[in-house]
Ligand binder design. Structure first.
Ligand code: CO
Length: 292
């Protein structure tokens, strides 16, 4: 673990969060917001750990704009982005209400409060079950439900979901955090707390060493491996490099099982979802919220 890189990635993420949040207005193009954040990550010396997620209302996560996206910011918008330095990741998210809507505001407060209550109690000795209980109790006390089937995750070098899940409900797990690097992300909803895979979005990830025979797809795959390695990427990043036809190769690589194509995570009944997320570095008695 490279503590220096972890701290630096966190600082970049935190700086961008503070910078972008007041700029987001209803009617802004999602594509412009995503590009602004991603450009800033490079400007500050980082690399996007995954495409900026801009998910609206019932979409909980995993929507990123296409290369020609016309969609505008509205409703309850979740902004989730990651920064890495040499593979050491900071993962953070916030929600904004673009409607001056009471329910949106309360949902945002619920997920933020849950994250803050985790921060107040977290240590290497805290169990994952206790963490889930803190999140669940806080969100329920605000009159909403936590999303039970989304969770936080441990982070490792070039690995966004490194094996340990941090539940948003009390799953009774007795596993302690111990020393490690974690993204914790409470989601609150005015629905029943279940998310399902919606339509396929615009985020992909390289998952198999298999080779493809198509020369165009092969060229694109080499670029993906070299540029992103095992980290998620946006279809628009590929189109920027290879043009619009690259979308055909992405589809082919997906069909051949070489790329994973992420679905947009959506609340089952179309209810609203809010999210708050920070990254934590735990080392014995020391806990650093790297993205704060
Ligand atoms: Co995350």
């Amino acid at each position: 673990m490279n503590k220096e890189a972890i701290i630096k990635a966190g600082k970049i993420a935190s700086e961008i969060k503070i910078w972008i949040k007041p700029q987001i207005k209803k009617g802004d193009k999602l594509l412009d917001i995503a590009t602004k954040i991603e450009d800033k990550i490079f400007e500050l010396g980082g690399f996007p750990a995954f495409p900026v997620n801009l998910s609206i209302n019932e979409q909980a996560a995993h929507y990123t704009p296409t290369y020609n996206d016309e969609k505008l910011a509205e409703g309850l918008l979740k902004v989730d982005f990651g920064v890495h330095i040499d593979g050491f990741i900071a993962d953070t998210a916030f929600s904004v209400d673009l409607e001056n809507n009471e329910t949106n505001k309360q949902l945002i407060e619920a997920s933020e409060k849950a994250l803050l209550n985790v921060e107040k109690n977290i240590s290497s000795e805290l169990t994952l079950g206790e963490t889930g209980k803190i999140i669940e109790d806080t969100i329920k006390s605000c009159g909403f439900n936590p999303v039970a089937n989304l969770s936080g995750h441990s982070l490792e070098e070039f690995d966004l979901h490194a094996g340990i899940s941090i539940p948003n409900v009390d799953n009774k797990s007795k596993t302690k955090f111990g020393n490690g690097h974690y993204a914790i992300e409470p989601f609150a909803t005015n629905g029943n707390g279940k998310i399902h895979d919606g339509e396929k979005g615009n985020i992909f990830m390289w998952i198999s060493d298999r080779q493809t025979r198509n020369p165009n797809a092969r060229k694109i795959l080499e670029f993906i491996k070299y540029t992103f390695g095992p980290m998620p990427f946006a279809s628009r990043w590929i189109i920027e490099e290879f043009g619009k036809l690259a979308i055909i190769s992405l589809r082919q690589l997906e069909q051949e099982g070489i790329l994973h194509h992420y679905a947009i995570l959506t609340e089952e009944k179309g209810k609203l979802v809010s999210q708050a997320e920070n990254t934590f570095l735990i080392n014995n008695d020391e806990v650093i919220v790297t993205t704060k």
